[in-house]
Design a protein around this ligand. Sequence first.
Ligand SMILES: CC(=O)SCCNC(=O)CCNC(=O)[C@H](O)C(C)(C)COP(=O)(O)OP(=O)(O)OC[C@H]1O[C@@H](n2cnc3c(N)ncnc32)[C@H](O)[C@@H]1OP(=O)(O)O
Length: 556
Amino acid sequence: MDTHSHLTAPNRSRSSQSPSPSHSASASATSSIHKRKRAAAAAASDDHLPPLAPSSFSADTRDGALTSNDDLESISARGADSDSDDAEDSDAVVDDDEDEFDNDSSMRTFTAARLETTAGVSAAGSGRNAKIKIENTNVKIENSDSGKDGGHTGTGAVGPAAAGSSAPGIVVKEDSVKIFTENLQTSGAYSAREENLKREEEAGRLKFVCYSNDGIDEHMVWLIGLKNIFARQLPNMPKEYIVRLLMDRSHKSVMVIRHNLVVGGITYRPYTSQKFGEIAFCAITADEQVKGYGTRLMNHLKQHARDVDGLTHFLTYADNNAVGYFIKQGFTKEIYLEKDRWHGYIKDYDGGILMECRIDQKLPYTDLSTMIRRQRQAIDEKIRELSNCHIVYPGIDFQKKEAGIPKKIIKIEDIPGLREAGWAPDQWGHSRFKTLNSSKDSGTNQKHLTAFMRSLLKSMHDHVDAWPFKEPVDACDVPDYYDIIKDPMDLKTMSKRVESEQYYVTLEMFIADVKRMCANARTYNTPDTIYYKCATRLEAHFQSKVQSGIQSKILP
Ligand SMILES: CC(=O)SCCNC(=O)CCNC(=O)[C@H](O)C(C)(C)COP(=O)(O)OP(=O)(O)OC[C@H]1O[C@@H](n2cnc3c(N)ncnc32)[C@H](O)[C@@H]1OP(=O)(O)O
């Protein structure tokens, strides 16, 4: 069996687990930091960790001293038992600590205090080690080679430049043909967000870095910033636990840094021998969520984990309310990774869903937008080869005179592009009227159609319920009518259209106008009004006339 070195935390949950009841500072990493800030020179008792907490964490964790939640609990309990006064004090200290770390000055204070006490590092580490209970659990352990895993050495900027290969296996031809045209949509929302953030990175306003607890001031400040974000965004996760994993040197954190401040990050543990990584925490600060940072962060993480850690998969226990985000990042609830590669390695969470993501070995994760753009280009090029649908013709000059009747009749064959698209003059379209009478010439058809529509119009005009529909609605009488009814119709307008013999080229067009006229009345007026009732009765009358006309073959 491998030697113990990785952290285990049985049955913890971001969403359902209450914070540890004991914030006893002697057990709490954060509080120990704070205490040091308050009294850097104070003598380090057994229950008071000496200064320079981050390094002392690393000393603890590097050798596997902090290995489980049980440790955390035992430390907490021990702190409470052994020094209850101190525990009370510590509760306040933890809260205070949270507040302080949320602003720059507290970070500066922390950093300054840490620098002042550098000499205490090894003592702190060893002193704490001496007190921490080491538990042997029966989980599989990966050899902790922090150098190999990128453990205590910060791995620095992530992304193409850092990884040295932005797109393994993908050859990007910068000089590929310029085949974009104005009417081709160049990117969807995903690509647009990725491209924007990539531009920000190139302009130096945004960066993605990967560090673990390496003792370098700037990195430590960022890690503490990330810890604050996790503490806020994962409120049910014990803060001590967040600190412990974040500062554990076998964990790495990929962080989004903007204007030198942490915007969010992902803390993960690479199990390089098993070629998978476990995402422990993932969060973006509240006011920057849903802007694409989470996606870009995940893409940087995947690229880094593949190119630097040699991983092929990620596993995580996703909070229920974050499952949607993980699905969009390519995670599935089905676990395809062979169980013996991960079982016993990762920490269990209550209330979370185990999800997996396979890391593609070729995808240019930090430059997906370029890949998608080139794929679009290739598809567009192929479409152009096979069709001419990309050619845009000038529009039809469709100037109208009164009642929407066109000024001049446009012959179908004159519509630009129609013939080029494969249309032939014998394809007359879908009108039932035309189809039924395909044996007759179009002039005869139009005469019959006009006569039928005239008779229908007269029948409606003479109907007792036709009076509200004989003229267009007068806006002086009904001021808001045209605010509500955007497509008005009336019998007089229809009559003009019929008499033009140009407008209604099919019976369906005529029927559509009658239906619209009646529907407008029912939209504007309530069912109890005379107008509403007239519309319903007139429409029923019209329908019966059309039906009997068709049945008695009034229609030619
Ligand atoms: C392992 C764990 O740590 S589980 C806990 C995860 N963390 C949290 O729940 C903390 C609170 N939430 C957050 O910090 C962030 O919302 C994150 C990390 C979940 C997502 O980061 P964001 O920057 O908001 O993601 P981003 O803007 O890239 O969104 C990507 C897509 O996921 C969607 N999305 C983001 N958050 C969620 C969510 N909680 N549920 C469902 N969909 C989501 C976005 O709408 C977007 O969809 P689109 O591409 O169709 O437009």
